[in-house]
Design a protein around this ligand. Sequence first.
Ligand code: FAD
Length: 498
Amino acid sequence: MSSLVMPAPDAATLARRAEIVADLRMIVPGEGVVDAVNQMRAFESDGLTAYRQLPLVVVLPQTTSQVSRILKYCHERNIRVVPRGAGTSLSGGALPLEDGVLLVMSRFSRILGIDYPNRAVTAQPGVTNLGITHAVEAEGFYYAPDPSSQIACSIGGNVAENSGGVHCLKYGLTANNLLGIEMVLMNGEVVRLGGKHLDAEGYDLLGVMTGSEGLLGVVTEVTVRILQKPEIARALLIGFPTNEQGGQCVADIIGAGIIPGGMEMMDLPAIHAAEDFVQAGYPLDCEALLIVELDGPAVEVDHLIGKVEKIALNNGSTSCRISQNEEERLTFWAGRKAAFPAVGRISPDYYCMDGTIPRKELPRVLAGMRQLSEHYGLRVANVFHAGDGNLHPLILYDANVPGELDKAESFGADILRLCVKVGGVLTGEHGVGVEKRDLMPEMFTQADLDQQMRVKCAFDPGHLLNPGKMFPQLRRCAELGRMHIHRGQMPFPDIPRF
Ligand SMILES: Cc1cc2nc3c(=O)[nH]c(=O)nc-3n(C[C@H](O)[C@H](O)[C@H](O)COP(=O)(O)OP(=O)(O)OC[C@H]3O[C@@H](n4cnc5c(N)ncnc54)[C@H](O)[C@@H]3O)c2cc1C
């Protein structure tokens, strides 16, 4: 593991490991408890593979009642718990703790109900994102939020990370498509939030849970909205001589009142890597490539294609292809969807960042990134959810070269600082996790963080659920509101801080 500091393991919990494993086997019999080191290796990391840690024990429950009993057991004995879905988090949200139970939700893999009149699907949290679409596509429906990891990531993980994807510009993130959940609190209590109806009474606790990164409760059931497939979808592939022109075109399309089904941009290194990998027919003589997808009734789509073409020309586009059939549309997307593995072929390692900026700041941020790239001596390739202003710079490095991982991390941190400086935010969709935890003070004041911590304390006052993630300091709930630094002296010096 690099320089990441996590909460110190609790010696008493480590000493009781055999007893804890035996007790958990009573709750989840059969193969649901994994304690052999070689079998736990599969769980030591998530998508942020720079960090690894074996958990105390892995538990794979199958029912809400088992989850409730596990959490109650851990609550009563002060044992930490890290929830995990499919383990594709790119921010280390599912990174295990040495003294923590890793609660893996992958055996919750059933679709529980499809309700076409209410346009809703109820699923267990371990169902994959794409699994929901597969369950309803024969009837002409789909689930709109589409992270690139949708073939693998779980819908429970999507709720915890408020995941997004190409189609979220028009159809919203997970938060906008989630209708209800069942969840278990750290004390074992089972709670239902929302349902199939559109609005819930009382405070928006469903909103609080969405994006809570496994710190507030464990999601055991999810109800999402499904949409009818649009009549037609067509894509434009537009090349620009500069990133600035591509960025301005994005702003002008939105400014003209057009909300494409998806609008993605790639810079030169990403275009070349993607084209070498999938031969999607991308133009190689442009600096920026924009894919704009328009969906809806055929007449409307044809009309909007004409408008987008004109806007692109006004911004100096040098090439523009329009998909003539479904196969061609999918080919346009193939390169973008494979951009991450494509970049993986041109560098031994890459570090994927996830910041969001106001769209108009794109040229300034790209110029800043170029300077940082020179400063750190590391290359960077960019793919963006351009319509949302969500950037995914991929920093290329070689972990076998001493110091390069640290350099890549510092470079990434500087990019995120730049995003915040221009009025953006630290994360678009990958979450804070451990990756951006220590950068939270760049964006939030201590008062902001205290308020967020109060929400955490209302759900989990003992800090047992996924500690060490999201918050840059572990602070006792009782301490909140009384933090005064006097002449540089930190109060409560005995409290672990990381
Ligand atoms: C190649 C690749 C491409 C990706 N592309 C995208 C993208 O386009 N958009 C995007 O948004 N993300 C993307 N991701 C990130 C990742 O897939 C998402 O964050 C996803 O939602 C994580 O789901 P998961 O099931 O793998 O969760 P995990 O990685 O297992 O966990 C993620 C977080 O959710 C918590 N969690 C998981 N399940 C539960 C539960 N049932 N209850 C409570 N907490 C839970 C964990 O504690 C952790 O904090 C990508 C990842 C990869 C590897």
